[in-house]
Structures are given as structure tokens and as C-alpha cells.
Write a protein that binds this ligand. Structure first.
Ligand SMILES: NC(=O)c1ccc[n+]([C@@H]2O[C@H](COP(=O)([O-])OP(=O)(O)OC[C@H]3O[C@@H](n4cnc5c(N)ncnc54)[C@H](O)[C@@H]3O)[C@@H](O)[C@H]2O)c1
Length: 327
């Protein structure tokens, strides 16, 4: 098979590309480089610079490379920005997906893997979130992921395409410092950013109904996530019946914000006490995946723990922010 990986120069996409190519899959990357970094890709991987909104380019790339499967990671991913610019998010995340599915169906592609997100669930009041937990996203970003899943399944049914939607929980860490997430949108880099600025990390609310009063999340190492894509791609390759599968990708274990900040203090050596600020609207007290379906359907489970995520993320942070170690 030949796989087209969209968004392959991004943080997660580069890990997925390396994992799949390293396992012997033939891959081609499409990325508009709006957030991607070509240097994250090994030299022997072909990178086509272009957008998932460009139907003509997609048709050409799919035909020229005789693509038989697509892994679609390209998307806008900032929740706050999605609230301010919902039309852009729907255009890129849903419109880009529709354009890609149209081109893929026309090119006879019969395998499609979609990057979804735990954001599709919103804030369910459950101990473990299963794939059957009702979806009720609370921001336009999550809405575009849920609409994306509907579109993927509908296109799969219409065109005899086997599909997998992976709902990632909180992704952290990196396989190598140069592959690190360079954005400051998730809690781990946000805490690093505070330390680099010589400021205390912030906790938004310590009066939640959780053991230490802070919010609990499920963190997944990006290398484990990349391996989940490989497992899903292998399953897709053998699915000739055009089935669809939706799977949570998490560890099935919760870590509180306070526990995470303590761990970051141990790893970075900067153990200053966090500042407790008021709750942020929309934060769920607890969001932890049930990882059972991924184990049963993909034969995949996370292997790496939270310390490994924080240590690798910190190494990446130091590489990209040398002012931190100079401080
Ligand atoms: N990072 C997380 O914690 C997380 C959690 C859940 C889901 N996701 C999803 O995983 C995917 C990858 O996220 P990431 O963290 O690697 O983000 P990222 O911004 O690092 O990667 C996205 C990549 O897609 C490219 N891109 C964006 N729009 C494009 C378009 N229209 N055409 C072609 N390329 C385009 C960007 O240049 C970038 O390289 C996204 O779909 C995101 O919604 C991420």
C-alpha cells in the first residue's frame, strides 16, 4: 500500500510518518506548512507542499503516487481560535476533509484514517469515557471533529471505504527533541512557558470534585499515539468489507493538574509552587478514556508513562527554548 499522510510535517504527523515509514509502509506527506516543519521529516520522505482544500492538487498527488490509503491529520487545532474564527475552522477542518474524501473516492482509495479528538465528547460526567458516551462538543473545534467523523463514515458507506476515527486524548512528549511540539497550546508546554518566563505555573481551580481538587486528564505519549496509527493502518489494510471503527486513544488513567505540575517540577528542577486561579469556564473536572476498545480492536495499548512524556517534552522544550537553561 501507499499512504498519503496529510499534516505529516506537524507535531503528531511527523511521529506518525516516522512510525509508519519505519515499519516499512510506503508514505507520502502533504502539508501546507502553515504549522508544519519540513525538518521533522526524514530526508527520504517525499513532502508535497499544498492544502487539503486544493482538490486538483489532491487528485494529482493521489494518482501520481498510486495512493491506496489516507491518514488525515491536517487541521487547525486551537480551541480558543476556533471560538473566534469558527468559519475558518469549519472551512479547513470540515471543508478540507470533504475535498480530500471526494478526491480519495475518485482515485479509488478504499482506506481512510481520521484524526479525531476527545473534544467530540465535551464534558461528560462519567468516570471513564467510552466510545458510546454521547458526543456533545463545547466549542467549534470539537464540533468540526465530530462533523468530520460523520462525514468520514458517510463517505465510507457511500464509496465502500474502510474507515477508522481515532479520538486522541491529551497528547504529550516526543520521540526526539527535534520532533517536539513547538506550540504553547497544551498544559505541558504552557507550564514550561511559565517556568521559562520565571513565573509560577497556574492551576485553574482547585475546588473540583476530584481527590486533590484539580482537573484530571488522560495523557498519551505521542510515540504511543503514532504506534496506534500504525496498528489502525494495518487493520485498515486487511479490511476488505469497508467497515468503520471509532476508537479512543488514551492510557485509561487519570493524572491531576497538580500531579502533573509536581512531576514537571521534579523533571525540570524548578519546584516553585503553583498559583491557584479561578476555574476556567468549560473545563471538565475529569476526562479519562476507556482504553478497552483500542486494545480489543487494534491490539494496541499505551506503553509509555507520564514521566517519560514530561522528560521527553522537557528535552524538546530546552532545544527550542535555549533561554530556559541559560536562566
Ligand atoms: N495535539 C493534540 O493534543 C491533539 C489532540 C487531539 C487531536 N489532535 C489532532 O491531531 C492532528 C494533528 O495535530 P498536531 O498537534 O500535530 O497539530 P500541528 O498543527 O502540529 O499539525 C497539523 C499539521 O497540518 C498542517 N495543516 C493544517 N491545515 C492544513 C491544510 N488545510 N492542508 C494541509 N496541511 C495543513 C499544518 O501545517 C501542520 O503541519 C489535528 O487534526 C488535531 O486536530 C491533536
Amino acid at each position: 500500500m501507499t499512504w498519503l499522510i496529510t499534516g505529516g510535517a506537524g507535531y503528531i504527523g511527523a511521529h506518525v510518518t516516522r512510525a509508519m515509514a519505519g515499519a516499512g509502509e510506503h508514505v507520502v506527506v502533504l502539508d501546507d506548512l502553515s504549522a508544519g516543519v519540513p525538518a521533522r521529516l526524514p530526508a527520504d520522505i517525499e513532502l508535497v507542499q499544498g492544502s487539503s482544500l486544493d482538490g486538483e492538487l489532491l487528485k494529482r498527488v493521489l494518482a501520481e503516487h498510486a495512493v491506496t490509503g489516507v491518514v488525515h491529520l491536517a487541521a487547525r487545532k486551537q480551541v480558543g481560535e476556533s471560538v473566534d474564527r469558527p468559519t475558518r475552522y469549519y472551512q479547513e477542518n470540515v471543508g478540507g476533509l470533504a475535498t480530500l474524501l471526494e478526491a480519495a473516492a475518485g482515485a479509488g482509495v478504499r482506506r481512510f484514517l481520521f484524526s479525531s479528538s476527545a473534544a467530540v465528547y465535551g464534558n461528560p460526567d462519567v468516570d471513564l469515557i467510552t466510545e458510546d458516551t454521547p458526543c456533545a462538543p463545547v466549542n467549534p473545534y470539537g464540533e468540526t471533529k465530530l462533523a468530520g467523523e460523520w462525514l468520514v463514515r458517510a463517505a465510507g458507506r457511500a464509496h465502500g471505504m474502510a474507515t477508522v476515527c481515532l479520538r486522541y486524548f491529551n497528547v504529550a512528549g516526543s520521540a526526539a527533541p527535534e520532533l517536539a511540539d513547538t506550540g504553547v497550546f497544551n498544559v505541558v508546554p504552557m507550564v514550561f512557558d511559565r517556568l521559562t518566563r520565571d513565573e509560577s505555573p497556574r492551576i485553574f481551580g482547585d475546588d473540583y470534585p476530584t481527590p486533590d481538587g484539580t482537573c484530571i486528564r488522560d495523557y498519551i505519549h505521542v510515540s504511543d499515539l503514532a504506534e496506534a496509527h500504525l496498528a489502525a493502518a494495518r487493520r485498515l489494510a486487511t479490511d476488505t468489507a469497508g467497515g468503520d471503527l471509532t476508537v479512543n486513544i488514551g492510557r485509561g488513567e487519570g493524572v491531576s493538574v497538580r500531579e502533573l505540575i509536581t512531576l514537571i517540577g521534579e523533571v525540570s528542577g524548578d519546584t516553585r509552587l503553583p498559583l491557584v486561579e479561578p476555574r476556567r469556564p468549560g473545563d471538565a473536572p475529569r476526562a479519562v478514556a476507556s482504553a478497552a476498545r483500542a486494545a480489543a480492536e487494534l491490539g494496541w495499548s499505551a506503553r509509555r508513562g507520564v514521566r517519560e512524556m514530561v522528560e521527553s517534552a522537557w528535552e524538546g522544550w530546552l532545544l527550542h527554548h535555549p533561554e530556559t537553561s541559560a536562566r
